[in-house]
Design a binder for this molecule. Structure first.
Ligand code: BMA
Length: 404
């Protein structure tokens, strides 16, 4: 079994299993030199940068043996601190940063200097570059303000049809996307070889669309229009020269039935050419649910993971828990008993490449308990140390090189 110590030896731009697979594919097999991650995994962006291809290839290679742990906004603030460079609640508890860092760009488009949770965009860009230089991975979601009504992402207006090609606000939509293009273009660093690199990002637009809480969600838009918006977003970004993105699809499990998983999950699916990662946002499986027993909830979580992995594998995509957790978590053994135990259930569940929990809101500023990860003194802090040490989980201190 691969351990955290020898995993680095196994990393390479191309996964051995993919080479083996392709070798068995008959007449059309590409020669090794033709095989980049973009072709081996049919990346959405066939012109993805080599570092972006390497990131996806390495995530494929790591999965099954390991899972990256992620946390939203971890460098920006924690439950009991804000604005302290180098700090993170995850690092406070375990000594390491998470392997994956979630960022949110809601506020781009309306020319705000800070995002919807008061994270300064300039700081965010600097952190994303520093994360890359340390070897960590960043993922970005976008609670886009509604370009039609000007309201926030929870606006519920039927705006999608007006934003897609042919819509009366299509030009405005392009302007919003342009703000992301500009933000993204500034994520460049010079690597050791003197080469300018745009930091690879797992981009997760239009998330939780199976729910009805965002203006792009079910009920406020026709499925075909949602798909058109997703496809336009991808095509437009590529046409603007954006080639550092891995595209993650992330419906919300709260509106997906285990009895009808594939159909519910694929509502609004934009197609295999438009998605690299099949993610699932799940607070339902990971949060507090007073209506069922813990055993029932864990069983549901296991099925969620299995179904997501099955779908991902059938499409040759990566599977991930793109977002989730328990708001204000109170279970002291949560990390090993409720998360690790389920993720390590079997060969399918172990294929989840990464799992990210949501943010630890600053208590003083937001005047409420709203957190998903432990912090020093939290009841689950000791258990989280075990989670960090477990061979299956990867934090930044245990990550192999992800961009080579
Ligand atoms: C939600 C909450 C909100 C936040 C939003 C976007 O889940 O955390 O407070 O504004 O995500 O980050």
């Amino acid at each position: 079994m691969m351990t955290k110590n020898n995993i680095g030896k196994l990393r390479s731009v191309l996964c051995f299993t993919v080479i083996t697979l392709l070798a068995g594919c008959g007449t059309n097999k590409p020669s090794p030199t033709e095989m980049t991650a973009a072709t081996a995994y049919k990346m959405v962006d066939e012109n993805a940068t080599t570092e972006t291809q390497a990131l996806l290839a390495n995530l494929y290679e790591i999965r099954q043996q390991h899972m990256l742990f992620g946390h939203q906004d971890t460098l920006a603030y924690g439950v009991n601190w804000e604005g302290e460079e180098g700090r993170s609640d995850i690092k406070d508890v375990t000594g390491s940063y998470p392997a994956l860092y979630g960022w949110e760009v809601g506020g781009l488009g309306i020319n705000e200097p800070v995002n919807l949770d008061k994270v300064n965009f300039k700081d965010m860009q600097r952190w994303i570059k520093e994360i890359y230089q340390r070897g960590g991975v960043s993922t970005i979601s976008w609670h886009m303000y509604d370009p039609v009504s000007g309201k926030n992402s929870w606006s519920q207006e039927p705006s999608v049809q007006r934003l897609i090609p042919g819509g009366d606000h299509h030009e405005k939509f392009k302007q919003y996307l342009d703000t992301f293009v500009a933000f993204n273009k500034q994520l460049t660093v010079t690597n050791e070889a003197g080469k300018e690199v745009t930091v690879p990002i797992i981009f997760r637009p239009w998330h939780e669309h199976t729910g009805e809480w965002f203006w792009w969600g079910k009920g406020h838009t026709a499925e075909a229009d949602y798909i058109a918006m997703w496809r336009f977003t991808v095509d437009y970004l590529k046409a603007q020269g954006v080639h550092n993105l891995i595209y993650a699809y992330s419906p919300d499990r709260g509106r997906i039935s285990l009895d009808n998983y594939a159909a519910d999950y694929l509502y609004g699916y934009p197609g295999d050419e438009y998605v690299d990662v099949l993610g699932i946002d799940t607070y339902k499986d990971m949060g507090r649910d007073p209506n069922i027993t813990v055993a029932e909830q864990k069983d549901g979580f296991r099925q969620t993971l299995e179904y997501t992995v099955e779908l991902a594998n059938s499409k040759h995509k990566l599977a991930a828990v793109s977002e989730g957790g328990w708001d204000g978590l109170t279970d002291e053994n949560y990390w090993t008993d409720r998360i690790l135990d389920v993720v390590k259930s079997n060969d399918k569940t172990r294929q989840i490449a990464y799992l990210m929990v949501w943010r630890n809101a600053n208590k003083a500023r937001e005047k409420r308990d709203h957190f998903y990860a432990p912090y020093p003194g939290h009841v689950s802090a000791d258990n989280f140390k075990l989670f960090h040490k477990d061979d299956f989980t990867l934090f930044e201190d245990q990550l192999p090189l992800m961009y080579k």
